[in-house]
Design a protein around this ligand. Structure first.
Ligand SMILES: *Cc1c(COP(=O)(O)O)cnc(C)c1O
Length: 433
């Protein structure tokens, strides 16, 4: 059992000549785990094949979209048919009506929806809309939540809970940072403090209702309810960023699972079936502020693109028609998590596992992980070793401790067995060296 990565290594060398860091999105570069990224040739169902001919069980699934497995025939067929009619018009098409109707049906808090091209666009647009609607400038972001790479989200915590944020990337201005307020995840009191310190100035609160971008972190009982209550009382637009959780935790996303109705929702990942798509939607009263109906400007040459709509519609229609997919998949991942913990205990290990539905990951710490601070206590070097030990055994994980794993319904029982075997061997390997 020794995978060779020589072709991928050569491609990575070549890639770095003309592409910054050799990749078109940073996490792909394996910087957090060391080594060089694998270059993917193709994928089918539950498996990914790299340029060296290695086969992996897929637990990234394009960071979510491939919830029914890669190259699903319904999606592939829809895309193939759509492309023959020309890839883009920049004019309205019937599929956009179908897509909007399906989204509103699956996510009932969405009464009107606007299609965009990425999750980043969705969150940027949703915050602008909340600002336009409320006439307020500031918004609250939760530490460790990721909302894409818009300037106003690339903000780190300042010195105290009620201070302004500061830029955490060069190129983001202090002026932008001063309107982003930060609070830790799962900590209602921090929100109350921010709201009291900034009366009638906060337009929105945006949150991943289940966090997936600092590893998988679940909301504590009462947290989301508390946010809803504060936002309602203070006229703050509550935005659930369900780019990751939407159509994954349930047909209606985390808001369905937890029974909370946000004012706006941002979507991405699964909604495009693997093509570049995002969307934001919610209460009609707020969405009617979007141009051309309202005055909050937002546009896109390729928004609602026919091929992207065909792919997204094909995937969402399958999920809508087969809701049992969620129950089956979620049950399997729950069982897998318990079995991984059982294996750990048999080896004398007690790492923390967070799981909900088909989102799960181990944290290399023995303490509970409930926010960004506790997530940061993980042994990331050990995770790096684990990552490579799993890769060598044909399991492709997200290359960072701070990412959830995403399971697909294409995994067979034999694949789950393989994951467990690989996990046991990897855990033994990294704890004996
Ligand atoms: C991935 C992600 C985004 C950004 O989406 P892109 O399509 O990468 O721009 C925003 N929010 C959340 C919660 C995400 O997981």
């Amino acid at each position: 059992m020794s995978f060779s990565f020589s072709k991928s290594q050569a491609y990575f060398e070549a890639a770095q000549k003309q592409i910054p860091g050799g990749v078109n999105s940073p996490v792909r570069a394996f910087k957090a785990v060391g080594g060089t990224p694998i270059f993917v040739k193709r994928a089918q169902g539950a498996y990914l094949f790299d340029e060296d001919g290695n086969r992996y069980i897929e637990l990234i699934n394009s960071w979510g979209p491939m919830i029914l497995g890669h190259a699903h025939p319904a999606v592939t067929e829809a895309v193939s048919r759509a492309v023959l009619d020309s890839p883009s018009f920049g004019a309205p098409t019937v599929r956009e009506i179908e897509m909007a109707a399906l989204i509103c049906k699956m996510v009932p808090s969405i009464e009107k929806v606007r299609m965009v091209n990425s999750g980043t666009e969705a969150t940027m647009s949703a915050v602008r809309l909340a600002r336009g609607y409320t006439g307020r400038d500031k918004f609250i972001k939760i530490e460790g939540c990721y909302h894409g790479h818009g300037d106003s989200f690339l903000i780190a915590a300042g010195s105290g809970a009620i201070t302004f944020g500061k830029p955490n990337s060069p190129g983001v201005t202090e002026g932008t940072a001063k309107d982003t307020l930060l609070a830790p995840y799962n900590y209602l009191e921090a929100i109350e403090n921010l709201v009291n310190a900034n009366p009638n100035q906060i337009a929105a609160l945006i949150i991943e209702p289940v966090a997936g971008n600092m590893g998988c972190i679940l909301p504590k009982k009462g947290y989301l309810e508390g946010l809803r209550k504060i936002c309602t009382e203070k006229g703050i637009v509550l935005i659930f960023d369900e780019v990751m959780t939407g159509f994954r935790l349930a047909k209606g996303g985390a808001q369905e699972v937890f029974g909370i109705t946000p004012d706006l929702t941002t979507l991405g990942k699964i909604i495009g079936g693997g093509l570049p798509v995002g969307a934001y939607g919610g209460k009609k009263e707020i969405m009617d502020y979007v141009s051309p109906q309202g005055s909050v400007y937002q546009a896109g040459t390729l928004s609602g693109n026919p091929i992207a709509m065909a792919a997204g519609l094909a995937l969402l229609s399958l999920l809508d028609a087969n809701p049992e997919v969620y129950h089956t998949l979620n049950t399997k991942v729950t069982e897998l998590t318990a079995e991984m913990q059982q294996i750990d205990r048999s080896l004398g290990l007690t790492y923390t596992y967070n799981q909900i539905g088909s989102m799960m990951n181990p944290f290399f710490t023995t303490a509970p992980v409930e926010d960004f601070e506790s997530a940061k206590k993980c042994d990331t070097a050990l995770f790096g070793k684990y990552f490579h030990a799993m890769l060598q055994r044909g399991v492709y994980l997200a290359p960072s401790q701070f990412e959830s794993w995403f399971f697909s319904a294409a995994l067979s029982d034999a694949d789950y067995e393989h994951i467990l075997k690989a996990h046991k061997a990897a855990m033994m390997e990294i704890h004996t060296a």
